[in-house]
Design a protein around this ligand. Sequence first.
Ligand code: SF4
Length: 268
Amino acid sequence: MYFLDRQRGSDGSFIYRTGKNFNYPLHRDRKGNYIVKSGETLRVSMTSDFFLEEADMWRKEAWDIIHERPDVKFFLLTKRPERVLSSLPHDWNDGWENVMLNVTCENQRRADERIPILLSLPFKHVGLMCAPFIGKVSIRKYLQTGRIEQVLCDGENYDGARECNFDWVKELHDECVESNTTFAFLGIGNNFVKDGKHYRLNSSTQKLMAYKSNMNYKGKEFVYNLKSPLGFPLQKEEMYVPYFPDHCLTCSMKIICNGCSNCGKCKR
Ligand code: SF4
């Protein structure tokens, strides 16, 4: 994130509230329909952290937006699960059906610090992000709770990337298969080691190689009882149906992707 910000000429440590897109989930098209469709997943603050202390003053507004779209899944990611309980809205109760909380577990120490806190929190949906994946991580005992819906894994990128070893990926994948949990190996990173050989590949090739490693695994489904913005249970026919053109078929991210909007950002 810091590397990308530097390339864009900005300072990654500067924390700010985004401008007109802060309330993007509430944006409508000319016909008055929401641009983000029912059943879509929105990943929030992916280059930051939803639970940063510096963002405390903006979070109520963000919760209000999430509450106003009970038909959309919101994926929250944090390295600060210890801040979550005191940052929840007053009407949270035992969790909102449209919110999934994920913690980052880049190595065993962070996994053992953060996952127990994650599992103690009142969330209906939880998951793990092992990225950048820079060390062997075993999460078997946490998967056995049956609460973790998915585990995402990705190597490190950009300058000074640390090693991601395929043996660690395979072991994590095997633990997920054992507990029938979805495992998504999203990319090998640009310092990948397999059978003692180092690979430094560009980002689109990294996704292709991750796909070819055959590590992705679709585990048990978790039901999201989404509601329409008016509060009625959302019917299947009201849900967005993702579209995947041919170039998506060999993409490692397809397993968690919302579908293609032909924005041209995914490298062909
Ligand atoms: S739109 Fe297609 S190519 Fe892009 S991330 Fe999703 S599955 Fe991959």
